[in-house]
Design a protein around this ligand. Structure first.
Ligand SMILES: Cc1cc2nc3c(=O)[nH]c(=O)nc-3n(C[C@H](O)[C@H](O)[C@H](O)COP(=O)(O)O)c2cc1C
Length: 183
């Protein structure tokens, strides 16, 4: 999920790169979502309107995990990301979430990720601890969206290994350990 609708968002380069890593990873089936594509009404909110977004709803029902690529906006997350996440609830429970933080500044979105953690916990998601961080993001990609720093290849491996472990373990748990939150 790409978490910002801002024009000329640098986070889109990051999201597309992360998506390419997910797509090429053996055993992962993935789908790309962008908050820009959600035409959220101005006069309603939350789970009551989830059926207006069946692709998102059905993808999350099927999914074992969620990857969130979010820029840091005033040390927090974009409101549009929260609005999209708030469309669902039960669909997230006991599934994994991994974060990719993006910032213009030197901290690579660590503050936005920390801000997201209590929020996704309330959604029932279980957070991985191997974040990817993109500080000074404007210098990380060329104008064609090519990542200029090879060090991210290795970091992406660690990020994906942990995500797969969490997603696999939680899927086993959902299937084998009963909970009132899923059947
Ligand atoms: C409303 C707003 C608030 C921002 N706040 C921060 C911030 O707290 N820390 C930071 O490092 N960058 C901040 N930035 C800069 C973004 O991190 C920067 O635009 C970066 O490219 C990632 O966001 P983008 O995907 O919108 O480009 C902010 C940008 C906007 C639009």
């Amino acid at each position: 999920m790409l978490g910002t609708p801002r024009k000329n968002r640098e986070s889109e380069y990051v999201a597309k790169w992360v998506y390419s890593k997910l797509e090429s990873h053996e055993g992962i089936e993935t789908q790309y979502f962008d908050v820009c594509d959600f035409r959220l009404p101005q006069d309603h909110y939350g789970q009551e309107i989830k059926d207006q977004f069946p692709e998102w709803r059905d993808a999350m029902i099927k999914a074992d995990s969620l990857v969130i690529v979010t820029p840091e906006y005033n040390h927090g997350y974009p409101g549009s990301l929260k609005s999209v996440l708030d469309l669902l609830l039960r669909e997230y429970v006991h599934k994994a979430v991994a974060f990719v933080g993006v910032s213009a500044g030197p901290w690579g979105g660590t503050r936005v990720i920390e801000a997201c953690v209590p929020m996704v916990r309330e959604l029932g998601l279980a957070v991985t601890f191997t974040d990817l961080n993109f500080p000074n993001v404007a210098s990380k990609f060329d104008e064609n969206g090519k990542l200029l720093d090879d060090a991210y290849e290795k970091r992406a491996e660690g990020f994906l290994d942990e995500l797969v472990w969490m997603a696999t373990t939680l899927r086993w748990g959902r299937q084998n350990v009963s909970s009132k939150f899923h059947s």
